[in-house]
Design a protein around this ligand. Structure first.
Ligand SMILES: [Zn+2]
Length: 206
């Protein structure tokens, strides 16, 4: 792609570094921004740099939060004996949208994936086991996508929990294998949390 301006080329290059954005889409977005009032671009760049500079993760569940403890963890109406283990923040948002779940979360920050060089030490697993050892958690609900990486991660955590007084369950799969949680519709996802099954039986089934 030939550019008539280095400034334009740089902006398109940076935009095209985003997932799912090719060079052509990047160019379209950049030209769109140029057509908008200058203030629009400033609002966008300010929001991004403020997010980057001030982003905070909940000290308990690792959800993105503006406060030390996120709104979910600090809400006394939530059931703190239930913790739903998810891959990332999008899953928290998807499950919250179902309005079917009243427990807390634990955001792992990814899945164990030897192919991508992600090991257990790269994820928020130690803090999860610590939460369980503190004794308030009665049940962990695994809600990772049912890919090989998701299954490996569930099983790894399950093994770490041996000897601890906690029940483990996994969300029922109305969702087909390999589907990511965020793409499941709210009704299906809500139902799969309510109809969760003991984790042990999910291992035997597979
Ligand atoms: Zn939290």
């Amino acid at each position: 792609m030939e550019f008539s301006s280095k400034l334009l080329e740089d902006a398109v290059y940076e935009m095209s570094q985003l997932p799912g954005i090719g060079k052509r889409t990047a160019l379209r977005l950049v030209l769109h921004l140029l057509k908008q009032p200058e203030q629009r671009t400033e609002l966008l760049s300010n929001a991004l740099s403020q997010l980057r500079n001030s982003v905070n993760f909940c000290s308990s569940c690792h959800n993105i939060s503006d406060t030390e403890l996120c709104e979910i963890c600090s809400n006394s109406k939530r059931d703190e004996t239930l913790v739903c283990v998810v891959e990332d923040i999008r899953d928290v948002m998807a499950i919250e949208n179902t309005s079917q779940y009243n427990g807390l979360y634990h955001v792992l920050g990814g899945k164990i994936s030897p192919m991508e060089g992600v090991g257990p030490q790269d994820l928020n697993i130690v803090s999860l086991i610590k939460r369980v050892k503190e004794g308030t958690v009665n049940e962990l609900i695994f809600a990772l996508s049912s890919t090989m990486e998701g299954d490996t991660t569930n099983f790894y955590i399950y093994r770490q929990l041996e000897g601890l007084a906690v029940t483990t369950s996994t969300i029922a799969r109305g969702i087909s294998i390999g589907d990511e949680l965020e793409y499941a519709d709210e009704v299906t996802l809500g139902r799969s949390i309510l109809n969760r099954v003991p984790f042990e039986s999910s291992i035997k089934a597979s």
